[in-house]
Design a protein around this ligand. Structure first.
Ligand code: 13P
Length: 287
């Protein structure tokens, strides 16, 4: 059964570890993440961008596949199915489709509009027991055509949004999606500390988990980050392993063309990437 992310993040915040959100793209991705979380006895969040949702036929297909997979694989660790960077319409569609968690990304609206839309969604999600993530200060990089410059969130705006009753808050602290440039200034712990002091017990979310040095991840967790999003790193792992399989000519040998064989190295590579992150975030044995 899919569960809200509320309890797992409350526990993570109190226990000073973070739950990983790993974005999914298809059946193999979902299966790899679920099996690894189960093996590690870790709670986990399956992230779905609107683009990935469309790619997988639609949000209802994603919700049905995820829920059925949890049953068929005998997954017992807590799993949340979460919309990543949702539009207002997309957020409502996922609530209707059976997602257990959603992110409404109103960071590109003026704060008053972000507040108005988030307020409405707090009401709807509260009634249905769905966790709601909000964002203040856009995350840099490009995701599904939304480009942000990696700005730092205004701590007062964070408090305004947190006070609406959202479950968790993504605050921009200089993090970006995808590869970090060589001249990246690093995370702004000063901003993170200010935000933490304003929002109290609210679990904070760190986007752009790919490529952040391990010591920065640990420090961010110590300052209240309880959810960390990882997407690109699993894609790179899948790509490198698949490339190796083809370059080694394994698809040309015997039944190496069988998609179940061809996709297997990439699948195992995702499992390893997820396992490493779960260990780094400290969510193993916390289910
Ligand atoms: P990365 O692709 O940089 O890991 O970021 C993932 C993310 O933040 C999804 O919201």
């Amino acid at each position: 059964m899919l569960v809200s992310a509320k309890e797992m993040l409350k526990k993570a915040k109190a226990g000073k570890y973070a739950v990983g959100q790993f974005n999914i793209n298809n059946l193999e991705w979902t299966k790899a993440i679920l099996l690894t979380a189960q093996e590690m006895n870790s709670p986990v969040i399956l992230g779905v961008s609107e683009g990935a949702g469309k790619y997988m036929c639609g949000f209802r297909t994603v919700a049905a596949m995820s829920a059925a997979m949890i049953e068929d694989l005998g997954i017992t660790v807590p799993v949340a199915l979460h919309l990543d960077h949702g539009s207002y319409e997309g957020t409502k569609a996922c609530i209707d489709a059976g997602f257990s968690s959603v992110m409404f990304d109103g960071s590109h609206y003026p704060i008053e509009e972000n507040v108005a839309m988030t307020t409405e969604l707090v009401g709807i999600c509260g009634q249905k027991g769905i966790s709601l993530e909000a964002e203040v200060g856009s995350i840099g990089g490009e995701e599904d055509g939304v480009v942000g410059a990696g700005e730092c969130a205004d701590p007062d705006e964070c408090k305004a949004i947190a006070d609406l009753g959202v479950t968790m808050l993504a605050a921009g602290i200089g993090n970006i999606h995808g590869k970090y440039p060589d001249n990246w200034a690093g995370l702004s712990f000063e901003t993170l500390e200010q935000v933490k002091n304003k929002v109290g017990d609210m679990p904070l979310v760190l986007h752009g988990g790919t490529g952040i040095p391990e010591d920065m991840i640990r420090k961010a967790i110590s300052l209240g980050v309880a959810k960390i999003n990882v997407n690109t790193e699993c894609q790179w792992a899948f790509q490198a392993a698949t490339r190796q399989y083809i370059e080694d000519g394994k698809d040309l040998k015997g039944k190496g063309f069988d998609p179940r064989k061809l996709l297997a190295p990439g699948f195992e590579a995702i499992r390893k990437a997820v396992k490493d992150k779960i260990l780094l975030f400290g969510s193993d044995r916390k289910a």
